[in-house]
Design a protein around this ligand. Structure first.
Ligand SMILES: NC(=O)c1ccc[n+]([C@@H]2O[C@H](COP(=O)([O-])OP(=O)(O)OC[C@H]3O[C@@H](n4cnc5c(N)ncnc54)[C@H](OP(=O)(O)O)[C@@H]3O)[C@@H](O)[C@H]2O)c1
Length: 254
């Protein structure tokens, strides 16, 4: 029988999400990309290879948009041919980089909506739509070292990523007791050379105590490329038998 793997990836316009998607463009894969901006390079690459890649311009802060996108995705998937269905919650925002007390309500809400609430909503639909499907199912939440390390000026980001790891752990034990369970993991990608790091380096030193350290990370060439990180993550997903509920850290994998 003809079998396919389906991937739903958020935050594909740039950074790690773009690199993951680039590496997923391969035979027998179907990819659903979610971000506000579309990435034409990815679209062209997929179409040149005849790989189905669907783009959804969606603001993950908007619950109704997320619901609509998931409905569309799951009416497109042919479950009878599905050998694996994967949700990669990668989209993230670092702002507000400033102490609580200076951050605005909108900045705090945006961060938590994109980093935590959207992955929760995407996961609930993923699990609901696939509950009767007996195939490999995986939810991969892209976390951060900040989930376990409080940092002055990053209270919102640390909290949303810490919440995401707890979400991974809590959903993973729910899945232990259902028919056709999904494997749920977190993956902490380490520091990478992306717009997010550029954003961090541009922050105000009065608002972010570790600014100098992050400037030095770049100067010393310590930021990993997104291609390297995507390769390590996808190797874990396809060859590493990921353990349900585990919080993986790239530092322990290289
Ligand atoms: N870079 C690092 O050093 C580092 C370290 C540890 C963890 N991480 C984590 O790794 C993941 C990827 O980070 P990155 O460095 O690749 O980030 P990035 O370069 O800043 O890209 C962020 C992605 O998220 C999407 N996004 C942001 N807000 C969105 C919204 N409201 N709706 C839909 N999509 C949205 C962006 O797309 P649009 O703007 O087009 O919507 C973009 O594709 C994040 O979860 C981040 O927290 C990064």
């Amino acid at each position: 029988m003809y079998v396919l793997k389906y991937f739903i990836v958020t935050g594909t316009s740039r950074g790690l999400g773009k690199a993951i998607t680039e590496q997923l463009i391969a035979k027998d894969h179907t990819i659903f990309c979610i971000s506000r901006k579309q990435n034409n390079e990815l679209k062209n690459l997929a179409s040149s290879q005849g790989i189905p890649l669907y783009y959804f311009s969606c603001d993950l802060q908007k619950v109704e948009e997320v619901e609509r996108v998931m409905e569309k995705i799951f009416t497109t998937i042919d479950f009878s041919s599905a050998e694996g269905i994967y949700l990669i919650n990668n989209a993230g925002v670092i702002q507000p980089i400033k102490p609580i007390g200076k951050a605005t309500s909108n900045e705090i809400a945006t961060n938590v909506q994109v980093n935590l609430i959207a992955p929760m909503i995407l996961s609930t639909y993923f699990i609901q739509y696939t509950s009767n499907i007996n195939t490999v199912k995986m939810i991969i939440n892209i976390s951060s070292g900040a989930a376990n390390r409080p940092s002055v000026g990053w209270a919102t980001y640390c909290s949303s990523k810490s919440g995401l790891d707890m979400f991974t752990k809590a959903v993973s034990i729910e899945q232990e007791n259902v028919a056709n369970p999904a494997v749920v993991i977190s993956f902490s990608p380490g520091i990478m050379d992306t717009d997010m790091q550029a954003d961090i380096r541009q922050s105000d030193k009065d608002d972010f105590a570790e600014l100098e350290k992050f400037v030095e990370f770049e100067q010393q060439g310590l930021l990993r490329s997104t291609e390297t990180v995507a390769k390590i993550l996808l190797n874990l997903v396809f060859n590493g038998l990921p353990v349900n509920g585990k919080i993986y850290d790239i530092k322990e994998m290289i």
